[in-house]
Design a protein. Structure first.
Lengths: 393, 327
């Protein structure tokens, strides 16, 4: 009997995914949990394991096709013995679990999933069915209204007739995710900013002197990003409220420092996470960063790699920025930007000296903490970098 | 194209198939000299003679048993059971012999047999002349069970049944014989045994039915349309094999399903359609899969008011359509 392979729900806010590359061809044998197909979501690319063992008989969804969660993407003819055994369900179990009380028909549940209708939105839909039940028509009418309500904002650019030579570039799932998340962060989070200047002359000297030895000794390239990450982790340890998140009725302090590091990739930006960074030495951080960065550029991050971040580090300095005020990575409370290290004439002991300096910028959710904390935090980072010793351990 | 009654379409099919293939024979009670109690076999005896049109004793087990023997030995019999109510003595022959022959002989023998069965209730037919028997036989692998609902299909499907290498139970709702008319082409054509057909398109809910209730459902759908409910009517003219695709496609479109059948509701054939939808179209459903079937009493009563109470008529179907549409 052929088993339908369904597009799984990859993360709580993912409603669709694009078929990347099929790793098996029709007729091939697949083992249970063996990678079957690459899926591209707005967050990551994942290799989807086969839910059953057997023979791939049909590929239903072609490479490049974008489909809603739950769509049949392939059929696998199960091995006889396993076909009879009620194996554990691989299908998303939590579907619809977060819906408010009140019964929804299977179709309405599906529409809710497909169109990303939130529980809050659902509560606004007036049911016209028996006993106030929300019917298919109720959902469709709501979607029509929602479409119209959203239209005025979106209308001008789309309504315009493209001028000669203009090109409309369709949004990739990643681009759309970036847009959604940043808009949400800007909309919901009252941003405030702080910037300090750090004199990293000694750090630069140490780096230039040590980096080759470091690579020889540990087999991993030392980067400034790794050093900045160490400094950030030390400061986060000292200021737990920065490693936190706003939760409407409370401030949630995170038990571990899961440091997201923004990585520029061809299509945009991804933020892989160094989990439990507080437990890692400079070598460990450098090694993990190298691995995450490489996999990010190859599109091989797993869902786990990008989940659970508690604070983000972005390093626009590599592109030459000297003054950056990033948008926080929602729902985290703060993001640290490290700018380019440049030589400048500065005043030291009432004399003008040429020093290597950089700006450290913190964008933060003002609901969670205030400017005083932000600057104490920044000064902690600054002090670590200037002292060198705290960050090279 | 001439308009024919259901009964005449069947009669044409008999004449043409017997003419086409001399292996085709007809047997049953009063099918010869009388031409059948409903007149389906009229003119066959005169035209093809008593060797090929055989009046049998009142013994259904023997009618089907003899027909199985004929079929295994090179003939293509059409056996008529005068009323479905009397088919039960032949149950053993049909289920244990005819349906299993190919399987049991590993394909060496087949039973190219058609068993024609007038069934269902008409005015005053009461307990012994009104039964629906499809659920018993649709349950059995090895049989095909069909119930054409139009004169066109009656002729085309009977011809297909005659040419089928395996046994076919051919159900004819007796109300249709003289009440249902339709265009029927002259000459040879067949209608394949399998596909269901959408008789009326609609977007609000789907009605799945067969036999006489198809016509009641179509009338109910017309009334519903005036109330703004667009009903899709799907005729499941083949019960086995069942055309799952057409059924599921319709549910995917309308998201609501009502299954209508005349047989007792409990354990009736419509339950199979309902189960199919519940299992395979779950996420398409915007309402419960509903069944409208006959009440659970041992037979259609003779008394007129009680007969009315039993029948699945357009008013009852319309009531169910309204309930489901407004769910």
């Amino acid at each position: 009997m052929a088993t339908d392979v369904l597009l799984p729900q990859l993360g709580e806010s993912t409603y669709e995914a694009t078929i990347g590359r099929w790793l098996k061809s029709p007729g091939d044998r697949v083992e249970r949990f063996e990678p079957l197909v690459e899926l591209i979501t707005d967050k990551v690319n994942v290799e989807m394991p086969s839910p059953v063992a057997g023979r791939l008989v049909e590929i239903v969804a072609q490479e490049g096709q974008t489909l809603p969660v739950g769509s049949v993407i392939a059929r696998v003819e199960e091995d006889g013995a396993q076909a009879a055994a009620p194996g554990p369900e691989e299908a998303p179990a939590a579907r619809g679990a977060q819906l408010p009380a009140g019964r929804l028909s299977p179709l309405v549940s599906r529409l809710v999933q497909e169109h990303g209708i939130t529980p809050e939105e659902l509560a606004q839909i007036r049911g016209t069915g028996t006993g106030g039940r929300i019917t298919k028509q109720d959902v469709l009418s709501y979607l029509e209204r929602r479409g119209k309500a959203a239209a005025p904002e979106a209308a001008p650019p789309t309504a315009e007739i493209p001028a000669v030579g203009e090109q409309r570039v369709p949004l990739s799932p990643l681009r759309r995710a970036i847009a959604d998340r940043l808009s949400r962060a800007k909309r919901e989070v009252p941003h405030a900013y702080g910037v300090v200047e750090a004199d990293v002359t000694d750090l630069v000297r140490w780096y230039e002197a040590q980096r080759e030895a470091f690579q020889r000794q540990h087999g991993v390239r030392l980067t400034y990003t790794a050093l900045f990450a160490r400094a950030a982790v030390e400061a986060l340890r000292a200021f737990p409220v920065v490693n936190a998140q706003w939760a409407e009725d409370a401030i949630v302090l995170k038990p571990h420092i899961n440091l997201g590091v923004a990585v520029s990739v061809e299509e945009g930006l991804v933020v892989p996470v160094l989990h439990r960074a507080e437990e890692k030495s400079l070598v460990g951080i450098a090694r993990e960063l190298e691995d995450l960065t490489r996999r990010a550029r190859e599109g091989k991050l797993t869902l786990e790699d990008v989940q659970g971040g508690t604070f983000t580090l972005t390093n626009p300095g590599v592109f030459g920025s000297i003054w950056s005020l990033p948008i926080v990575n929602y729902p985290q409370a703060a993001i640290l930007a490290t700018d380019a290290i440049v030589k400048r004439p500065v005043v030291r002991d009432d004399a003008i000296a040429i020093r290597a300096v950089m700006h450290l910028g913190l964008s933060f959710d003002h609901r969670v903490f205030d400017g005083a904390v932000a600057l104490q935090f920044l000064n902690h980072v600054k002090a670590s970098l200037e002292a060198v010793d705290p960050v090279i351990r | 194209m001439p308009e024919l009654r259901y009964v005449d379409a069947l009669n044409r099919a008999h004449h043409e198939e017997m003419e086409r293939d001399e292996r085709v024979v007809v047997l049953g009670e009063d099918v010869g000299r009388k031409g059948g109690v409903f007149g389906v076999t009229q003119g066959l005896f005169e035209r093809f003679g008593e060797e090929r049109v055989v009046d049998t004793p009142l013994a259904e087990s023997s009618i089907v048993g003899c027909a199985i023997g004929m079929a295994c030995n090179g003939l293509v019999p059409i056996a008529e059971i005068q009323f479905a109510d009397f088919i039960h003595p032949a149950f053993d022959q049909i289920v244990s012999e005819a349906a299993r022959m190919r399987y049991r002989s590993n394909g060496a023998f087949g039973v190219p047999l058609v068993i024609r069965v007038p069934y269902g209730g008409a005015h005053g037919t009461a307990l012994y002349h009104s039964q629906c028997v499809e659920a018993f036989y649709a349950h059995v692998p090895g049989l095909k069970v069909v119930a054409p609902g139009t004169p066109y299909d009656a002729k085309g499907m009977l011809k297909a049944a005659v040419r089928d290498p395996d046994p076919v139970l051919f159900l004819e709702h007796k109300r249709m014989y003289r009440l249902v008319r339709g265009e029927v082409p002259e000459g040879d054509y067949t209608v394949p045994l399998g596909p269901a057909v959408v008789r009326k398109e609609g977007k609000d809910l789907s009605v799945f039915t067969y036999g006489w209730t198809l016509h009641e459902a179509l009338r109910a759908a017309e009334t519903a349309a005036q109330e703004g409910i667009a009903v899709e009517v799907v005729e499941v003219r083949c019960l086995r094999p069942l055309d799952k695709e057409t059924i599921l496609r319709s549910v995917a479109k309308t998201n609501k399903a009502l299954v209508v059948y005349e047989d007792n509701r409990f354990g009736g054939f419509g339950a199979e359609i309902a189960a199919l939808i519940a299992e395979e179209a779950f996420e398409d459903l915007d309402g419960p899969v509903m069944r409208l079937g006959g009440p659970d009493v041992p037979g259609i009563p003779f008394a007129r008011p009680l007969e009315q109470w039993y029948w699945i008529n357009q008013d009852k179907i319309l009531g169910a359509i309204r309930r489901l549409a407004h769910y």
